[in-house]
Each structure stands twice: as structure tokens, then as C-alpha cells.
Design a protein around this ligand. Structure first.
Ligand code: SF4
Ligand code: SF4
Length: 551
């Protein structure tokens, strides 16, 4: 059972003093609320991952394979060969400390092993101790140590306490990206069957049924149809999208969180209204029904397997290009890996907006465009009829998702959209936005219920920045373009900054859209009374004979 989370007052008392013993002699303590449950054997079996078994991180015996040391050494050696970045990052850190206070988990927990420099050292010390002559001979003196079961437990604890957000890399003078180190470390412990349930089960579900909740195609379609009913009720417009339609111009793929859970479903209603508004020739797919890629948190190979569905479906349906919804890790994978993993997608064309003629040359290789850049282009070319006053009761700020900001460089487009669909947008400070953004604290598969205390600790720096604009400017809404953000921020805001809601950008766009044939917009997409609704002015009755003005 998940632990009761201590109050913000207790969690906010963070001790940044180093522990009495050296880091090599300090073991992690697996306490309720600060570790993640182990992957279920059935999930590993579904996708053929090694060493499926029942176990818990709190067990003394983790039931590692008999030759586990050999597997780790071989796994490391292979990756040092294959990934130049990993080899470089193992060799070049000068321990300047510039990254030390940049990680949200270090700020929120005070645990020195959450300093990026020390997180990397957890594996670098094994690289030295097991693979470098100086480290093998001199051990600790040369920064090396030997592989033990305690090391594997420590890796599990701390490499699943890194959200692969890359903030530390922005501040490192050498560009060392600890996220890349975490990615490799997770790959290596996966060779031993050490994964977490919140990653392994979604991976298995995505592999078997296409989305992380494992919902079947008809359920996926029906959920969207429920949302069409809601749009008809609140907006007065009936929308009839197509599913799995061959010959559509565009395939639309979004994270399945948008299909099944609040507040993501309101974002999805926004997509539906936008596409209806502009008469887009597009289709949904019940096969490629998950944009998010949980394989990315497991291994490069698993990322490739799960990513393959998008391109396969675009080929089957014969579309020209792919439009993608608001997601973070989906875009990290699309932008940084998709074309080389599963491409080149030479059956697709360079994306061109059918409304504006804009050629998305940034997507020439992947053939996939982000909904926010697509929307910004529509606004720029006056293709949307907007009434931003419909959002006047909302004072939004914007959270840059780590993956869309640092992972793909999408910084100005969301702000451009916000400034056109709202009258009250307030940005947070430059130190905590754009490339400097702070993580939500729950990305890269850490969005588990049993991990709430650590998630709230990791989310503290982001929450603090929101608190500032909430108190100074009355901000009451945190907007974002990532499904994990939409899933985790409601709890984080309730905990640290009560009074701030959470929404996707496309929900705010939809609020402002003036739809053809729409009814009175007395309710928003959430079915709540819309405080910004203005009833139409009553027409003045024509003056009758004998009244004022008549001679
Ligand atoms: S900033 Fe870079 S070089 Fe300096 S300690 Fe951190 S990882 Fe090492
Ligand atoms: S990638 Fe993010 S979570 Fe991981 S060490 Fe760097 S700042 Fe911390």
C-alpha cells in the first residue's frame, strides 16, 4: 500500500548537509514513498525482457541472474563501444560542480547522490574500478570501486530518481548530459530484469494493444465519441472525425492520456474543435493509439519497437505526413531518434500546412509536426477566428516541458499561441523557463502513486516558480504541452500551490475558437459555467409611431 505523504511543511524542511560517511559507504534506504515498485514478471515476459520474477526492492535477495556481474560488465563494454556520448561522459567530467545544484531532485531531497555529478559517478566509479587499469589497482584512490549487489540496488534507486530532464547539461561547461548516462544505466539494469512497474506495464500494454492503459481499439474510439457528445452539449457543434481512414492527408497521433483522463481529455476536445474549425483532412488511428513512448525509459531497442507503429500506420493509411499532439517524451523520441530508428520514411512528404502552405522544413526528416507549431502557424496566417476574451477569467502561465524545450527547442510557439488566445498570459522568470525550465518531477516513468513524496520533492522547484507568479500576478492556471505534465501537475499544484489549475494549450485555444454554427458558450469544455461568457446584447426594439422623435 502507498505511504501517506507527509505535509508540505515537513517535506519542505530539506537538509542539504552531506551525510557523515563518504558516498561510497552510504547506502540508499528504500522507504515507502521514496522508491518505485518492481516490474511485474508478466510485463517483462510480454515483451521478452530478461529475468522475469516476483521481487521487491525492499527484499534482501533481488534474485539476480547467476552470472549478473558478467552481464553488467558485458553490457557496459558493449555500450561504451556503441555510444560515443556514453564513453565521453565516462571520461571527461572535471568535477567543477556547476551542475551540482541544478537538479530538482537534489534541491527537493538534499540527497548528494541526486547531484548530477554524483549520479554519474555511481556508474563512472564502476567503469574505473572494473575497466580501467588505475582504478583496478588503486580502487578508491583512483575513484574506482567494485561491482556488488549493493551497487545494483543503488543504481536502481538513483537512476529511477532522475527524470532524464537534461537540465544539468545546460549548465555543464563540457555539455555532459546526465540524462544520457541514466538512459544507459537503466538499459544495463534492465539486462538483469530490474525495471519498475510504472514503466514495464505500460511498455507491455503499448506493445500488445497500442496504448499504455492497454485499452482495446473500440474503447479508444468510444472514449473519443463520448467527448464529441460533450462538445455538442457545451459548444453546440457536432463533430464527426474519422478513424483508420485510408487516403486521409494527415495522420494524427497523441498520447493516450489525452483520451482517457482529466485534464487531458479537455486538450483532446481542443484538437477536435481546431480540426473541425479549419476543415482538416485527417484521421485517428486505433493502432497507433499512443504517442508517448515508455520504451524510451527502458532501452533504445524498446523505444524503437514502440515507435515503429506510427510510421507503420502512416504507410498503411497512405497519409502524406503526421501531426502530433501535446506530449513530451513522444517528441523527444520523434525529434531525436525516430527517423534513424525506423526511417527514413520516404513514403511520406515534407509536411505542408494545407491551410497556409507553410512548409515545415524543421520536420523534413521526421515528417511529423507538433500541434503547437501547427496552431501557431494558423494564427500567424489569420486562419483562426478567435475571441481571447473567452479566457479572461484565466490568468495562465506556461510550463516548458523538458522534452519540448530542451529536447526539441520549441520555446516561442506556445507563448505566441497563448498571447493570441488569452489576454492575461504571465511568464515565469527566465531562470526557470525555456531551456532553464524545471522538470515536473515525475517524468521518464516516475509517475507512480507509490512515489508521491519523492515526486513532490522533485516537483518543488517548479512549484516554487508557479507560486511566485500566483502570489505576484494572480496566476490561476498552469498550461503545458505534455501529457505527463497534465497527469502529474494537478496533484503537485494541490500540494504546493493550491488554487492553480492545470490545462493543455489546446484547451485554451478551443475556449477562444469561434466555431461556425456554435451555440451560446455558457459552459466551458469541462462543463463548468464560463465566467467570461457574455450574453448577446439585446437588440433595441424599433421605435413605434407616436414615441420620442415623432413630430
Ligand atoms: S558541470 Fe559537468 S564537468 Fe562539472 S561536475 Fe557537473 S558534469 Fe562534471
Ligand atoms: S537529467 Fe535532470 S533529473 Fe537527471 S540528473 Fe540531470 S537535472 Fe537531475
Amino acid at each position: 500500500m502507498a505511504a501517506k505523504t507527509p505535509s508540505p511543511t515537513v517535506v519542505g524542511q530539506i537538509d542539504h548537509h552531506p551525510p557523515a560517511k563518504g558516498w561510497m559507504d552510504t547506502k540508499p534506504e528504500f522507504k515507502p514513498g521514496n522508491f518505485l515498485y518492481a516490474a511485474k514478471a508478466s510485463a517483462l515476459e510480454t515483451v521478452g525482457l530478461p529475468n522475469p520474477r516476483d521481487w521487491s526492492p525492499t527484499d534482501d535477495d533481488w534474485k539476480l541472474p547467476a552470472d549478473w556481474k558478467g552481464i553488467v560488465r558485458e553490457g557496459m563494454a558493449e555500450r561504451l563501444q556503441r555510444f560515443r556520448s556514453f564513453k565521453l561522459f565516462m571520461d571527461i567530467c572535471v568535477r567543477c560542480g556547476a551542475c551540482a545544484d541544478k537538479c530538482h531532485f537534489f534541491i527537493g531531497s538534499g540527497d548528494p547522490k541526486n547531484m548530477p555529478v554524483l549520479r554519474a559517478e555511481l556508474i563512472r566509479s564502476i567503469y574505473r574500478g572494473e575497466m580501467k587499469t588505475a582504478g583496478k589497482i588503486l580502487g578508491k584512490l583512483a575513484g574506482g570501486r567494485k561491482l556488488t549487489e549493493d551497487v545494483i540496488k543503488e543504481w536502481f534507486y538513483y537512476f529511477f530518481q532522475c527524470t532524464e530532464c537534461r537540465r544539468c547539461s545546460v549548465f555543464c561547461p563540457y555539455g555532459i548530459d546526465t540524462a544520457e548516462i541514466t538512459i544507459i544505466a537503466r538499459e544495463i539494469i534492465n539486462l538483469l530484469g530490474c525495471n519498475i512497474d510504472w514503466i514495464a506495464s505500460p511498455v507491455a500494454n503499448c506493445f500488445m494493444t497500442g496504448n499504455h492503459l492497454g485499452l482495446k481499439p473500440h474503447t479508444f474510439k468510444e472514449n473519443i465519441e463520448y467527448l464529441l457528445d460533450d462538445i455538442e452539449e457545451y459548444v453546440g457543434v457536432r463533430i464527426e472525425p474519422s478513424f483508420n481512414r485510408k487516403g486521409a492527408e494527415i495522420l494524427f497521433v497523441t498520447p493516450s492520456g489525452d483520451v482517457f483522463a482529466e485534464p487531458g481529455i479537455f486538450t483532446l476536445m481542443g484538437y477536435l474543435m481546431l480540426f473541425e474549425h479549419i476543415g482538416l483532412d485527417y484521421t485517428w488511428s486505433t493502432y497507433a493509439s499512443e504517442g508517448g513512448n515508455f520504451g524510451f525509459f527502458t532501452s533504445h531497442e524498446m523505444m524503437k519497437r514502440l515507435n515503429a507503429k506510427m510510421y507503420a500506420e502512416s504507410k498503411r493509411l497512405g497519409v502524406k505526413w503526421i501531426l502530433g499532439g501535446e506530449c513530451g517524451h513522444m517528441w523527444r523520441v520523434v525529434h531525436q531518434y525516430m527517423d534513424t530508428l525506423n526511417g527514413p520514411a520516404d513514403w511520406l512528404e515534407m509536411p505542408v500546412s494545407p491551410l497556409t502552405g507553410t512548409r515545415f522544413e524543421n520536420a523534413a526528416s521526421t515528417k511529423m509536426v507538433h500541434i503547437t507549431e501547427f496552431t501557431a502557424d494558423l494564427i500567424k496566417n489569420n486562419k483562426l477566428k478567435l475571441d481571447p476574451s473567452q479566457n479572461d477569467h484565466i490568468i495562465p502561465t506556461f510550463h516548458d516541458s523538458c522534452n519540448t524545450s530542451r529536447g526539441m527547442g520549441m520555446l516561442e510557439e506556445p507563448r505566441y499561441v497563448l498571447n493570441n488566445v488569452c489576454n492575461n498570459f504571465v511568464d515565469m522568470a527566465p531562470q526557470v523557463t525555456r531551456e532553464n525550465t524545471f522538470c515536473c518531477g515525475s517524468g521518464s516513468g516516475l509517475n507512480a502513486g507509490e512515489y508521491l513524496e519523492m515526486r513532490f520533492r522533485g516537483g518543488l522547484p517548479r512549484a516554487n516558480a508557479v507560486k511566485r507568479v500566483h502570489e505576484d500576478h494572480g496566476v490561476n492556471m498552469l498550461s503545458c504541452v505534455c501529457a505527463i505534465d497534465r497527469a502529474v501537475f494537478p496533484a503537485l499544484m494541490d500540494y504546493w500551490v493550491p488554487g492553480v489549475g492545470v490545462c493543455g494549450l489546446s484547451e485554451l485555444v478551443a475556449n477562444a475558437l469561434v466555431m461556425e454554427g456554435q451555440g451560446e458558450r455558457e459552459y466551458n469544455l469541462r462543463g463548468e459555467e464560463n465566467p467570461s461568457y457574455k450574453p448577446p446584447a439585446e437588440e433595441e426594439a424599433p421605435a413605434e409611431a407616436g414615441e420620442e422623435g415623432e413630430e
